[in-house]
Design a binder for this molecule. Structure first.
Ligand code: GLU
Length: 508
């Protein structure tokens, strides 16, 4: 088999969208599975649609997802340049070849003329097709018009009738009638190529063997296939991946919330969870395999004929669920690496001291990871490990601090904890168990108020793990604060909080 060469060819019109990311992923899987090459090409000839910075954003997102292209921006390669805006000569020369062989022609029709024609056809209720007015101009007429300085477009000459059959690796044979296709423009009046033309010239020049892209381009494929034929190029294999729809089955757009890779990153998703999720959006793993799988597994098992012909429906809850699974099983070092920016952003960790507190940060992450689904949730769940407790959960306060015995019980807990020399989960748990037994009370009577005292919350990782991480001194301080709070709870709430923050100031 010839070498597999596939490409991902984004237009720099914004962030990397999940649809684009999925296309990139499928190309990457296919390249890696076949020991082929993935080429990254930036389709930036449509200056009106280009957004500044978007190339950088797209490259960052691809790298963050772990998609490593072999040729393209930042990598080089023999088929460069990899920005279409720098390849103009190639398109001009291919267009000339077509004009010379009579397979393309200059069209001098003015925009106004075309507009009027469009309107006329609209009123007749037919889809617009260029009326081919310039198709049969004689060389002399063309020469004259060029001399007059009119800037023409170049149009390809399509057959009047017959069919073009596209052989799609996912959809099988798809036929298109020529009488429904237009003599489409290949070079615009500004000298730049249209997408359909640049794409063919580049896919040929870059020796692309398989064009794997979004379904929305299926309707462009007959035009491109005709162009390959007209230029005498070898036609690559095509595979069009079905659309991704919003949960309401409409076209996925901004109004459906986060749809770009960078937004998911911001929300606290892990790259592997996103790649796993996107892989599932349109491809099913072998039956015996679970829905959670690594890139290596996908590279082994991926096949284009298992890619779905029907649209995939995007489900953010599934992505978040998957992310939670990854948060739980992820390598702790890697999780800490991804979590750190979130801890810094929440003001919990200082960039300069993060290294010194490495072990502490890891023990906190290890304790809370099971309880959260995103890195953002993780940062929120960690707060009391890094900051003083300045408030208590309202319901918790009602339930656990308003009981008559709470104050006395917490005083007893404090005494027991103060006596512990080696302050670890085993010893703190033993101290609590002993106390429960001695007092003949239900464990919850001291466990819940202690949790509220130490964390300000009613839910946390295992209480004795929390104690171990916080350490003896912090635990005693927080119990003192809670005991004081219960005592003065009759006082005005604002006043109590004011005093609490001054207590906290004294601690630090
Ligand atoms: N620039 C096109 C896009 O972003 C690429 C289409 C193709 O892969 O041929 O949709």
């Amino acid at each position: 088999m010839e070498q597999v060469r596939v490409r991902f060819a984004p237009s720099p019109t914004g962030y990397l969208h999940i649809g684009g990311a999925r296309t990139a992923l499928y190309n990457w899987f296919f390249a890696r599975q076949n020991q082929g090459k993935l080429i990254l090409r930036i389709e930036d000839t449509d200056s009106e649609r280009i957004k500044e910075d978007s190339v950088g954003q797209i490259l960052d997102s691809l790298e963050w997802l772990g998609i490593d292209w072999d040729e393209g921006p930042g990598r080089g390669g023999d088929s460069g340049p990899y920005f279409q805006s720098q390849r103009k000569n190639l398109y001009t020369s291919a267009a000339k070849t077509l004009i010379q062989s009579g397979k393309a022609y200059y069209c001098f029709c003015a925009e106004d003329e075309l507009k009027a024609e469009r309107e006329r056809q609209r009123q007749e209720g037919v889809p617009f097709r260029y009326n081919r007015k310039c198709r049969d101009l004689s060389p002399d007429e063309v020469h004259k018009l060029l001399e007059q300085g009119i800037e023409p477009v170049v149009r390809i000459k399509l057959p009047d009738s017959g069919q073009m059959v596209v052989n799609d690796l996912i959809r099988g044979k798809v036929s298109f009638n020529y009488d429904q296709l237009d003599d489409f423009i290949i070079i615009k009046s500004n000298g730049l190529p249209t997408y359909n033309f640049a794409c063919v010239v580049d896919d040929h020049e870059m020796q692309i063997s398989h064009v794997i892209r979004a379904e929305e381009h299926l309707s462009n494929t007959p035009k491109q296939q005709y162009t390959y034929e007209a230029l005498g190029y070898v036609i690559p294999q095509f595979a069009h991946i079905s659309m991704i729809l919003a949960p309401d089955r409409s076209k996925l757009s901004k109004r459906h919330g986060a749809t770009s890779v960078s937004e998911f990153k911001e929300m606290g998703c892990l790259p592997e969870a996103i790649t796993n999720y996107l892989t599932l959006l349109g491809w099913s793993p072998p039956e015996e395999q679970s829905e959670i799988f690594s890139t290596e597994q996908t590279i082994r098992n991926f096949s284009l004929d298992q890619v779905s012909k029907t649209a995939a429906v995007y489900d953010i809850n599934k992505l978040i669920w998957l992310n939670g699974q990854y948060m739980n099983s992820y390598d702790l070092e890697k999780l800490a690496y991804h979590a750190l920016p979130f801890l810094i952003r929440e003001g919990l960790v200082d960039n300069d001291t993060a290294d010194q507190n490495r072990d502490y940060i890891r023990s906190v992450i290890k304790a809370v990871r099971e309880r959260v689904k995103t890195l953002q949730e993780l940062a929120e769940a960690c707060r009391y490990f890094f900051q003083d407790v300045t408030d208590y959960d309202e319901k918790g306060r009602e339930k656990y601090f308003r009981q008559k015995a709470s104050e006395d019980l917490l005083i007893k807990c404090r005494e027991r904890l103060a006596d512990i020399e080696v302050f670890n989960a085993e010893n703190t748990e033993k101290a609590y168990r002993d106390l429960i037994e001695e007092l003949g009370i239900k464990g919850g009577l001291i466990i819940h108020p202690t949790r509220l005292a130490l964390t300000g919350r009613t839910a946390s990782p295992g209480l004795f793990d929390v104690m171990t991480i916080l350490g003896k001194e912090k635990c005693l301080e927080r119990l003192d604060q809670a005991i004081w709070f219960i005592k003065t709870d009759k006082a005005n709430k604002d006043e109590v909080q004011g005093v609490m923050s001054s207590i906290n100031k004294n601690y630090s």
